[in-house]
Design a protein around this ligand. Structure first.
Ligand SMILES: [Mn+2]
Length: 217
């Protein structure tokens, strides 16, 4: 049984330009998808780019057979399709994108940009997105998708997060909290650590998606 939690809050400006989606595969209840995109701020179309990237990547992944989703090269293709869809949309700017699935004891995915995926499996942390490229961004039509895969053994936890989480909490602190706390308590702690002292405000959009097994009880 996989537990799923997520939290997203606007920070530092008026509109939340992070987007995410998380769901089980309709044909395989043991296969879980997570997508997260952080629209590039300071330019028009960041929010639309992030939402379109998530939806396009989900549609591309759903178009694959469940068995194909355990192949990392499938995920590079999923990201390339999302990059092409965002590039073709006149209202969409640029975005980061992480897409992955957890299925049959493995996590497999791909990413572009500076959003992050972290696996903690039996206490060992693994920054899945460590090899990704920041540029060219998703939406340029020339994004480089770097794939990743790893074994997951219970108890495990996969976090997908925007830079509004890891940059303000600090990467080492994220790893420490993710290894110790679970589910909603972990999300609450990350939120608290990301907030400015005094005002309690966030300096950037904060989005985290958590998949874990066993699920929080
Ligand atoms: Mn951000």
């Amino acid at each position: 049984m996989v537990g799923v939690q997520s939290y997203s809050e606007v920070g530092g400006h008026r509109l939340n330009e992070d987007a995410f989606c998380v769901q089980a595969h309709p044909l395989d209840a043991d296969c879980w998808f997570a997508f997260l995109a952080d629209g590039q701020g300071g330019q028009a179309g960041g929010g639309p780019a992030a939402r379109l990237a998530c939806h396009s990547a989900l549609a591309a992944a759903l178009g694959c057979r469940p068995a194909e989703l355990t192949d990392p090269s499938t995920w590079s293709g999923v990201l390339r399709q999302a990059d092409a869809a965002v590039a073709a949309d006149a209202d969409a700017g640029f975005t980061t994108l992480v897409g992955l699935c957890v299925s049959r004891g493995r996590v497999v995915g791909a990413s572009s940009g500076d959003s992050a995926a972290l696996l903690v499996s039996r206490g060992k942390a693994n920054e899945l997105t460590a090899g990704q490229h920041k540029n060219p961004p998703v939406g340029s039509g020339a994004a480089v998708a770097v794939s990743f895969e790893a074994a997951v053994k219970e108890p495990w936890r996969v976090l997908v997060m925007s830079d509004g989480v890891w940059k303000y909490v600090g990467w080492d602190r994220v790893v420490e909290v993710a290894a110790r706390a679970c589910g909603s308590a972990m999300i609450n702690e990350l939120q608290r650590l990301a907030r400015l002292p005094g005002s309690g405000g966030l300096q950037d959009d904060f989005t985290v998606v958590v998949l874990e097994a066993p699920a929080e009880r």
